[in-house]
Design a protein. Structure first.
Length: 392
């Protein structure tokens, strides 16, 4: 008995303002390609059942193009695997805020896909001696949360669920997706299940014996660099999905080829460097990339860069680098403020970034949310927006 466990395709996502020759956002096209490749491999593996653990779409109201593409891929699976159950649950991204709004995921029931959108559903497959409890995001944010325990006498008891396991998923790299429903290890009771297929966290990760996050099929979060570090930490060689053998408990990681590389260049310490020296160091980092940066997603962190130096950098060169790459993020980080600056020395106004940082450092946070990661993410978003405005 083998299950294909996919999660978090995020079809319809748009990033980086680049388009394909056909007018589709380039990253949206990349994500479609990853999902198509995953389906290709699923059809080769011919599992007994397919689980898609939430966030099929990046938004509650995906574009017509994204809906048609998803329908075509599920149709391929249904035609090639006519007797295999296909189970799809809603994640937080594709769950409407109002239950009355309805979910686009119900469309896939036309292909005889078993769908859970707002409440938990148990699907029974006697011919496989299999029972699947499908728990979408909405079921976990209700006050009357469902019991996460098997029922019935089937040999194979499987849970497919979209949420964040408390105390298991690391937040030190800022990888965890916000907006997920928290599930405690005790509430989960992984030891009671033949397999637990989790969605929401974008890195492949085992969380208990026979319980896994499949991870996303592409880099679709705001922090791909943290995902890369976290993936390396937990042995994920890239993006992909999982093939789980319920008899032996063996897990096979099936890698999905990505359309482009994500390159996190070695950082530069800019302390004491003038504009020309820093320009030279940046050029050296970019030209050292094997195969070049053309069409890739690249980040270069430069620390200890005063605003006066940042203004005098070779912005024509930087614009050319941004045009060559699909996305080039030059992350310039200013020195820590001096004590006189912190005390509000006369003649100096706090920058927007400093104002945001101060606010985020004081804001009340949900329990378990790492403040340092939260503040850093907010500051990076503001700095990115400022750079985009200055370059436009």
């Amino acid at each position: 008995m083998k299950l294909a466990h996919l999660a978090d395709p995020h079809l319809g996502i748009r990033q980086y303002h680049r388009q394909t020759p056909g007018g589709l956002n380039q990253r949206e096209a990349d994500v479609e390609s990853a999902f198509r490749s995953a389906v290709d491999r699923v059809l080769v593996a011919r599992p007994d059942a397919v689980l898609v653990a939430g966030d099929l779409f990046h938004s509650v109201r995906p574009t017509n193009a994204a809906i048609v593409f998803a329908f075509q891929q599920f149709q391929r699976m249904r035609e090639a695997l006519p007797t295999a159950p296909i189970i799809l649950i809603a994640g937080n991204h594709d769950t409407p805020r109002s239950v009355e709004t309805g979910s686009i995921l119900r469309l896939f029931e036309e292909l005889k896909v078993d769908v859970a959108t707002t409440r938990e559903r148990t699907f029974d497959y006697p011919e496989l001696d299999l029972s699947v409890l499908a728990v979408p995001h909405q079921a976990l944010v209700r006050e009357d949360r469902p019991s996460l325990r098997p029922s019935g006498s089937r040999k194979h008891q499987v849970l497919v669920i979209h949420g964040d396991v408390e105390g298991v998923v690391a937040h030190d790299h800022g990888v965890a997706e916000y907006g997920g429903a928290m599930v405690t290890a005790a509430e989960l009771g992984a030891e009671h299940w033949s397999y637990v297929a989790f969605g929401h966290y974008h890195v492949q990760r085992q969380i208990a014996p026979r319980a896994w996050y499949a991870g996303s099929l592409e880099y679709v979060s705001t922090n791909p660099w943290g995902e890369m570090r976290e993936g390396a930490l937990h042995g994920a060689g890239g993006k992909g999905w999982l093939l789980a053998d319920l008899e032996s408990g063996a897990i096979e990681r099936i890698t999905v080829p990505l359309a482009r590389r994500y390159i996190d260049l070695p950082s530069i310490n800019g302390a004491g460097l003038g504009p020309e020296e820093l320009d030279r160091a940046i050029r050296e980092r970019l030209t050292a990339v094997s195969g070049g940066i053309g069409g890739q997603v690249v980040r270069l962190v430069v620390t200890e860069v005063p605003r006066t130096v940042a203004r005098l950098l070779d912005h024509a060169f930087l614009r050319a680098a941004r045009a060559e790459a699909l996305h080039f993020h030059l992350d310039l980080r200013r020195p820590e403020p001096t004590s006189s600056e912190e005390s509000g020395a006369a003649g100096r106004r706090a920058t927007l970034t400093e104002i945001v940082q101060e606010y985020l450092e004081r804001r009340r946070l949900p329990e378990g949310l790492d403040r340092a990661t939260f503040v850093q993410t907010g500051v990076e978003l503001v700095e990115t927006a400022e750079r985009n405005l200055s370059d436009s």
